[in-house]
Design a protein around this ligand. Structure first.
Ligand code: A2H
Length: 253
């Protein structure tokens, strides 16, 4: 990875009540799963959010009285970036495993689906971002592969207690056109490369490289207030709009 710090947009995904038991201590405070993304422009295509079942996440109270769920590593980083009352001090209210969040209902800013769910992704890295990832299967080959795995494999859903209605109704939504790859770039490359699952590491890396730069330079938004504009021209504006509406924060690591 590069030298200096990487900037991410942390999307605030609202956890809907009832909260899981382990979060009962938070009472009525708003709880957000915070997700690090390089692509705030893909917010319009969210179909779910990913957690890794075996990761231990923290629930931390921020200085504005909101509860953020993330890995302890990223919570610590946030505490040094002005997110908490006292710099470097984590105000931890609870600990929770990814598996306890699976199947929880969420509401994401600007998602085409008003209510979506927390689902399992086994390839999430514990040492990147917050350990929670927004899912945009139209434009992320990793997200599409993980969604197809859940759709195709009933035993996989069952293992994690995921009900059919949390997965089957959700389809990739066209949000960006990339001349070479059409309106569902991730689906196109998944099929071109004949990817079989979220564990197809090498092919997924190739897929990511195929769409990532092309999407940035040639991608055009198909939806939202900036419809028709190029991604590279609106990316920063979209991030700022999310931050102004308190739907996201900027985070570095
Ligand atoms: B991106 P980089 Cl549509 N483990 O967001 C695995 N992946 C993680 C992660 C973790 N702990 N934390 C963040 N990510 C993902 C959207 C997206 C992303 C699209 C297309 C490509 C893409 C929707 N998911 O990333 O290593 C997040 O997924 C391809 C690079 O810092 C985040 O942006 O470059 C991206 O990886 C950050 O990866």
């Amino acid at each position: 990875e590069g030298v200096g710090p990487q900037e991410y947009t942390l999307m605030k995904i609202k956890l809907l009540e009832p909260y899981p038991k382990k979060l009962s201590v938070v009472g009525k405070k708003p709880v957000y799963l915070v997700c690090a993304t390089l692509r705030p422009e893909t917010q319009y295509g969210q179909t779910n959010c990913w957690v890794r079942p075996d990761i231990k996440y923290l629930a931390m109270e921020t200085k504005s009285g909101e509860i953020f769920i993330s890995t302890s590593r990223s919570a610590r980083n946030m505490s040094y970036q002005g997110f908490t009352k006292v710099e470097g001090k984590l105000n931890v209210v609870a600990e929770i495993l990814g598996e306890d969040l699976l199947g929880c209902a969420i509401c994401s800013p600007n998602s085409p689906y008003p209510k979506t769910y927390c689902l399992p992704m086994l390839t999430i890295k514990e040492d990147k971002g917050t350990g929670i990832v927004i899912s945009v299967p139209s434009d992320s080959p990793d997200d599409y592969a993980a969604l197809v795995d859940l759709k195709k494999k009933q035993p996989f859903r069952e293992k994690y207690g995921i009900k059919d209605e949390m997965v089957l109704p959700f389809e990739p939504v066209p949000i960006i056109n990339i001349p070479e790859f059409g309106d569902l770039a991730a689906v196109t490359v998944y099929e071109q490369l004949n990817i079989q699952s979220q564990n197809d590491k090498d092919k997924l890396l190739t897929a990511k490289e195929m769409v990532y730069l092309k999407g940035f330079y040639d991608g055009v938004l198909l939806v939202g207030d900036h419809k028709g504009r190029k991604i590279q021209d609106v990316k920063k504006t979209l991030q700022q709009e999310l931050v102004e509406k308190s739907q996201a924060v900027v985070y570095y690591e």
